[in-house]
Ligand binder design. Sequence first.
Ligand code: FES
Ligand SMILES: [Fe+2]
Length: 382
Amino acid sequence: MNSNDPHARAQLAQRAWQHFRAGTTDLASATLEVPLAAYTDADRYAHEVSRVFLQRPLPWALGLELPRPGDYLAREYLGRPVLLTRQPDGSVQAFLNVCRHRGAVLCPSGRGHQSRFTCPYHAWTYDAAGRLVGVYGSASFGDFDRDQRGLTRLPCVERAGLVWVVLTPGLELDIDGWLGGMGPLLESLNLGALHLFEQRELAGSGWKATLDGYLEIYHHNSVHQGTVGPHTVGNLLVHDTFGPHQRLTIARPTLDEVSDPAQLAADPDRYVRLVHSVFPNLSISGIVGGLLLVGQVFPGPTPDRTVTLQSILCPSPPQEDAELEAVRQFSAMTLQAVRDEDYAIVGRVQAALHSGANQTFLIGRNEPAIQHYHRWVSELSA
Ligand code: FES
Ligand SMILES: [Fe+2]
């Protein structure tokens, strides 16, 4: 079911409306106890990060970040500096952004347009296809096979406006198999046709404590009163899964206007908002109008830290002042909601994780998406 298909959206709105009228929500079959070690154990963390983040397709960038042939993007998360380059044929290639002489990071983090990358250490030079094309002082360096010293390639493909990378060289990348039913839903968002308005990084608490907050609506009334709370119905979730991936349909208080469900079909977006949650770390939220908040959460070097890359997308570059102001306000509201509300409260969770108060966390039946997420982490780490 395509999320952009009005009929499909109307069905989602109808499911939300039924819950709204009944005061119910989609439920897991039982509560789930998650041992605290899932959040705190350093060995488990290293193992799970390796299995889940380093060995699976990871959404690494928006295609919009390097739109033209000759564009590049250098970015480092999970201890993996990665260089993306858009080739003359429009495809994107990914390399470890590490020199093959003695290992300096080649290109500073950022994006731009260039066809040659020169190492800051001894000035070896690579082209956008990763070939070693220049060796400074080659007459004195000695003979070697330059073809064996190109940049180390990572599996990479662009799909649904996102650039997917596997951070381990040589592994398979079957993006269609990985995305399954989530693939068409992502395609329907048309991310590649949108405008990248703004991007920023947020420091956050540990991976799972942070991710849990993206996967339930239970906290909306208590945490988000000043931001997204008034736009959403707390503790009402319409939940769909696609392998490890999930769609969260969030109800809007406008459902209160509806007495006949036939009304929903005319403008389903008035009544629900969709969050596409791509395992293990991407959340695409349509909270207001055609504006999107894209969040990518990357585990840090220790279990208590993450970095989140937030991107604000709008349909096209704002032309009028009023349009610009609306996107700015959306951006400011999402920053406040995520940094000052979600991440602030998760910081209080993180601060007490080692207090000894809990041996397990109890995940409610009304938090099915968190349950689904933890089960998939376990499954893929087994
Ligand atoms: S480490 Fe890059 S040229 Fe020496
Ligand atoms: Fe939240």
